[in-house]
Write a new protein. Structure first.
Length: 168
């Protein structure tokens, strides 16, 4: 039986995902990718997610349910700040179904993660947001989040990752 965490919003509960949620998590990832106009970049599979999330425990997921139905998720994992000398929580994805937005569910999920970061003695909670996503940017700023404008994200993937890794 799944263990639910009550929230201050009537009918809205959180719970940690388990292996039986793998297909749901992939569905949420695809819905988020559609919103972000990046569906063509999703190559994740149920098998890969199951292995990464529930066997290797590379990340954790919370599911938000409203009146017993899944309406959102957050996928997160620990990172580390050498400057702080502490772990942090990195929020990879936060998604609430469009018809459920504006009810405070995203804020509750972020507040839960902030509390979890404090409980785990993390120095910070951080995430990325697409530059064009003004609704999310306004939402995050309203919660006290600060953009890290002076940093640029770099990424090596695919063939370039392979080439670089083979140089060692």
């Amino acid at each position: 039986m799944k263990k639910f965490i009550d929230t201050k919003l009537e009918g809205f509960k959180l719970r940690y995902a388990d292996e039986s949620d793998t297909a749901l998590i992939l569905d949420f990832i695809k819905e988020l990718a559609i919103y972000e106009k990046m569906l063509d970049q999703v190559v994740a599979t149920e098998e890969g997610l199951r292995n990464s999330l529930f066997c290797k425990k590379a990340a954790e997921v919370i599911i938000g349910e409203y009146e017993g139905k899944p309406v959102g998720f957050a996928l997160f994992f620990h990172n580390f700040s050498t400057f702080l000398g502490q772990a942090g929580l990195y929020l990879e994805d936060l998604y609430v179904k469009p018809e459920m937005r504006g009810k405070g569910m995203g804020k509750i999920m972020l507040a839960f993660l902030a509390g979890l970061a404090l409980e785990r003695n993390c120095g910070r909670l951080e995430w990325w947001v697409l530059d064009w996503n003004e609704p999310s940017i306004r939402f995050y700023k309203k919660l006290g989040a600060v953009p890290m404008d002076e940093w640029t994200v770099y990424r090596v993937t695919g063939d370039n990752l392979k080439v670089l890794g083979e140089k060692f």
